[in-house]
Design a protein around this ligand. Structure first.
Ligand code: NAD
Ligand code: MG
Length: 386
């Protein structure tokens, strides 16, 4: 029996994870759950999964939850401190990191420092402080299992191979909902259209990141820190069907890939139960019926965010944390229709240009860069609004 904690249990990754827990009650028990402010959904999860402890980062939501389920006996914590306490719960064998955005950095790092293995979906902390996370994981003997489908594919494609034989990691990208639009058409895209992802049903933030290709920019940085491969050896390939989840090219010319229908339960379950594969009984991949798979080079003119991801990684230090924070602010402003779609990249670029990158050696450095960039991006956004 594996005891797990889920950070971000009410989100898209969180609910998919609980779906697996529900299917395999003899293998997994969810002992701790956390969310931001969705107390109604968390109440349902408390009743269905009977965790020992839960936390809501939003204080008012935690008060509502206390009023909703006094009968359940669950301990209810609140604030970032409460979330972090659940993240470091002494009874957990594995922590599923699935909060969205930089808000996941402190609890995820706390789980690592407490010696918990981590199944990592929340990529933004890896972008903000990948060096630190990797260093702390080594120091505490912690394993980090990738949940992001591309990184899970790479992880699987590296099993049984020597890392010194790797020539390239090739991350596939669906191209998102706006791949076929011209720049002029993109200028006028409303959030409702940008939120229509062709292959994946995910949270709003990552869906907009997929539309700008910033998601792939973040994933390049994530891959660098997870697999210790330099940016020159990380490539991106647009593959509209999201069947090949990523590939590894070796120096003898062999290319190893992982394929499957786009369903996050496959990579989540692999991270939960590594190295054993769970009988998920999902519909089979039928390549014969599919007929063909397509590939394109990424288009940096229409999707500048991908290049910004590479640029931040090459600069290093506090620059990736700056990129991430500016992106979070720009995406939030876009979702509120305060700025246009193309302004997202402009806000990130201007914030990065204004930033003087410095070495990142501590959590405090990362949080300070994050705070600075949020303020800078906010002022850039308010200048764009009229
Ligand atoms: P989501 O928006 O559906 O869920 C986010 C979760 O985090 C919710 O439980 C929410 O309550 C919680 N949360 C939000 N703000 C918080 C805060 N300030 N403090 C504490 N908790 C907070 O997001 P998602 O799509 O599940 O994505 C989660 C993470 O996984 C993201 O980093 C995303 O990039 C990554 N990811 C998601 C998918 C996917 O298929 N959804 C795939 C790959 C990677
Ligand atoms: Mg991904």
């Amino acid at each position: 029996m594996k005891h797990i904690v889920i950070l971000g249990s009410t989100g898209s990754i969180g609910t998919n994870t609980l779906d697996i827990v529900a299917k395999f009650p003899d293998r997994f028990r969810a002992i701790g759950l956390t969310a931001g402010s969705n107390d109604a959904k968390l109440e349902e999860q408390v009743r269905a999964f009977r965790p020992a402890v839960v936390a809501l980062s939003d204080q008012a939501a935690a008060d509502r939850l206390r009023a909703r389920c006094p009968d359940t006996g669950v301990r209810i914590l609140s604030g970032q401190q409460g979330v972090t306490e659940v993240a470091t719960h002494p009874g957990a064998d594995l922590v599923i990191s699935a909060i969205v955005g930089g808000a996941g950095l402190v609890p995820t790092l706390a789980a690592i420092r407490a010696g918990r293995d981590v199944a990592l979906a929340n990529k933004e902390p890896m972008v903000m402080a990948g060096h630190l996370i990797r260093q702390e994981a080594r120091k505490h003997g912690v394993r980090i299992f990738p949940v992001d489908s591309e990184h899970s594919a790479i992880f699987q494609s590296m099993e049984g191979h020597r890392r010194e034989d790797i020539r390239y990691l090739i991350l596939t990208a669906s191209g998102g909902p706006l791949w076929d639009l011209t720049l002029e058409q993109m200028r006028h895209v409303k959030p409702a259209q940008a939120l229509q992802h062709p292959n994946w049903k995910m949270g709003d933030k990552i869906t907009i990141d997929s539309a700008t290709l910033m998601n792939k920019g973040l994933e390049v940085v994530e891959a660098h820190w997870l697999f210790d491969v330099p940016p020159e050896q990380i490539q991106v390939l647009v593959h509209r069907e999201s069947i090949i989840h990523s590939l590894v090219e070796y120096r003898d010319g062999s290319v190893i890939a992982q394929l499957g229908l786009p369903d996050m339960r496959t990579p989540i379950s692999y991270a939960l139960n590594y190295p054993e594969r769970l009988p998920l009984e999902l519909p089979p991949l039928n390549l014969g019926k599919m007929g063909r798979l397509t590939f394109h080079e990424p288009d940096h003119d229409r999707f500048p965010c991908l290049g910004l991801g590479y640029a931040a990684l090459r600069t290093g230090g506090t620059m990736p944390a700056t990129l991430n924070a500016a992106n979070e602010m720009a995406v939030a402003a876009y979702l509120k229709e305060e700025i246009g779609f193309l302004d997202i990249a402009a806000v990130i670029r201007s914030t990065m240009e204004a930033h003087r990158s410095s070495e990142l050696t501590s959590l405090e450095n990362a949080l300070e860069a994050d705070r600075w960039a949020r303020e800078k991006a906010t002022s850039i956004i308010s200048n764009l609004k009229f």
